[in-house]
Design a protein around this ligand. Structure first.
Ligand SMILES: [Zn+2]
Length: 84
């Protein structure tokens, strides 16, 4: 076996930009999946209606079959305390 150096030119500048593009798309898909899970019934795909928000959670109900779902209130997760 011959000894020597082995180089791979991976165009690092392009690679990082390509990986960023993939990362952006994956994040968008993950956000879309979260939206679907929190707004449509997993049994029949009908729209979930808001029932109530309490104790940091949102209760939703299927408009067709009445199945109930509870989710963490994502709006509260983004509340930034005001500085004094
Ligand atoms: Zn349903």
């Amino acid at each position: 076996m011959a000894k020597g150096n082995f180089y791979i030119d991976i165009h690092t500048g392009h690679l990082s930009k390509k990986l960023r593009a993939v990362s952006t798309r994956i994040r968008q898909i993950a956000d879309d999946f979260d939206y679907i899970e929190q707004n449509y019934c997993e049994k029949d795909g009908q729209v979930l209606g808001h029932v109530e928000t309490r104790f940091g959670h949102v209760l939703k109900e299927c408009s067709q079959c009445g199945e109930k779902y509870i989710f963490p209130n994502s709006e509260e997760d983004h509340v930034v305390p005001e500085e004094e």
